[in-house]
Design a protein around this ligand. Structure first.
Ligand SMILES: NC(=O)c1ccc[n+]([C@@H]2O[C@H](COP(=O)([O-])OP(=O)(O)OC[C@H]3O[C@@H](n4cnc5c(N)ncnc54)[C@H](OP(=O)(O)O)[C@@H]3O)[C@@H](O)[C@H]2O)c1
Length: 377
């Protein structure tokens, strides 16, 4: 990992420029068309990081549908099978390698930075250690910001998260709501946003997108968990699951990201990305039941009771499983008890964002696709 951090953005870029001269010959294949601002048809070129993930795959799809030439950045260990079926150039490298970032960005007009570490992993469960989030979500983001500033791209879109808001934010949560996430994941996304704003001040045109929880083809988290819970006969939910909980289709958010690249006034702006419709967790389980044909009976548990149990369980859990965090923490209970519905007025008015997928329709399209990318992992 290159040394990057607070107040060192400019130094990083200067070092990168020197390093870039040394690597010029190695990079010349990519640089051979780096001087062109547009491809032969006059369309934009975009680089997408995290292109093998839920958001990245849908961004690639949305950009290609719009005729944009896409270069997908993936790590060497990534499963690129879903990308390989598309007419997309794949650049492989480490996310935290400045030379790899420069190679990938050369000749691009837009950078969509969607690579990130999420709180749930396929094997690792819930996690709340700061280190891994900081390395991937903050430090690697700065490497890409630095490379984008040096390359003079037209737009850098950072895929942040609605997790940056404080638990005190009142629904519908607008972009100006109080910030202050209670979890390490949200803390890292907010720190990354601060880096993005710093590079914006240095002249890089950036846009920050704050999505709610997402689902769609390639979903590694939400749908697999919900489908497992849907098999239970009984599901205790804080306050009966009546709190509002936003979940949106990744393709809707991908289309918003495309609009954020195109609209000049989106430079320097932050946009929430939610479904628009307010649903509760209970409504979501009802919809899943309609689509898959089964679902649990929901039992209401008072937030106070869960919070009391959470306080009792917190320290033993932290001692026995230091790298694991349960949602049954006081902050987790508070999160599940409050309305987390996002206000998407700004994205609607300034970017013409109009989410197309109602949950039932989006779930059906994901779980029973007529063709295309297939069900979640
Ligand atoms: N999913 C959501 O509900 C949600 C909601 C709000 C915001 N977001 C944000 O959206 C972005 C994309 O998330 P997603 O839903 O697409 O997650 P995802 O499906 O897990 O995909 C994450 C992507 O990032 C890549 N990645 C992760 N760790 C990496 C590392 N150390 N080095 C290089 N690449 C790495 C993954 O590569 P591999 O394929 O090799 O693992 C994958 O391409 C993230 O920044 C996340 O914070 C997601």
């Amino acid at each position: 990992m290159a040394a990057v951090g607070d107040g060192r953005g400019r130094g990083c870029c200067r070092r990168a420029r020197l390093h870039g001269l040394v690597n010029f010959i190695a990079d010349r294949d990519v640089r051979s068309y780096a001087g062109c601002a547009r491809n032969q048809r006059g369309m934009s070129r975009a680089v997408v990081t995290g292109a093998t993930g839920l958001v990245g795959l849908h961004v690639v799809e949305a950009l290609q549908t719009a005729g944009i030439e896409v270069r997908a950045f993936a790590r060497p260990s990534s499963d690129i099978s879903r990308l390989a079926a598309r007419p997309v150039e794949i650049v492989s490298g480490r996310l935290d390698d400045p030379a790899a970032a420069r190679r990938a960005i050369a000749g691009a007009d837009w950078v969509i930075h969607a690579a990130g570490r999420l709180p749930l992993g396929r094997r690792r469960g819930l996690e709340n250690r700061p280190g891994p989030y900081r390395i991937v979500n903050v430090e690697a983001t700065e490497i890409w910001l630095c490379a984008a500033l040096d390359a003079g791209v037209e737009r850098f879109v950072y895929v942040s998260s609605a997790s940056v808001y404080s638990l005190d934010a009142r629904a519908p949560i607008a972009e100006c709501a109080p910030l202050g996430p209670p979890y390490e994941y949200g803390i890292s996304k907010l720190a990354a946003e601060e880096r993005v704003r710093r590079y914006q001040a240095q002249g890089l045109p950036t846009t920050i997108i704050r999505p709610c929880v997402l689902y769609g083809t390639g979903d590694r988290y939400f749908l697999p968990i919900m489908l497992r819970l849907a098999r239970l006969p009984l599901l205790p939910l804080v306050n009966g699951g009546h709190a509002l909980f936003d979940v949106a289709h990744a393709l809707d958010v991908a289309e918003l990201i495309y609009r954020a690249c195109r609209v000049p006034s989106a430079a320097g702006a932050i946009y929430n990305a939610g479904p628009g419709e307010a649903m509760s967790l209970r409504d979501i389980f009802d919809t899943i039941r309609q689509v898959v044909g089964h679902g649990p009976r929901i039992v209401a548990v008072p937030a106070g009771v869960v919070e009391f149990l959470a306080r009792l369980a917190h320290w033993p859990t932290a001692l026995l499983f230091p790298s694991a965090e349960s949602l049954v923490t006081p902050a987790g209970v508070a999160d599940l008890s409050r309305d987390g519905h996002l206000d998407i007025t700004r994205a609607r008015q300034e970017l013409g964002y109009a989410p197309r997928f109602k949950l039932a329709q989006g779930l059906a399209a994901t779980l029973r696709p007529p063709h295309g990318m297939g069900p979640p992992h």
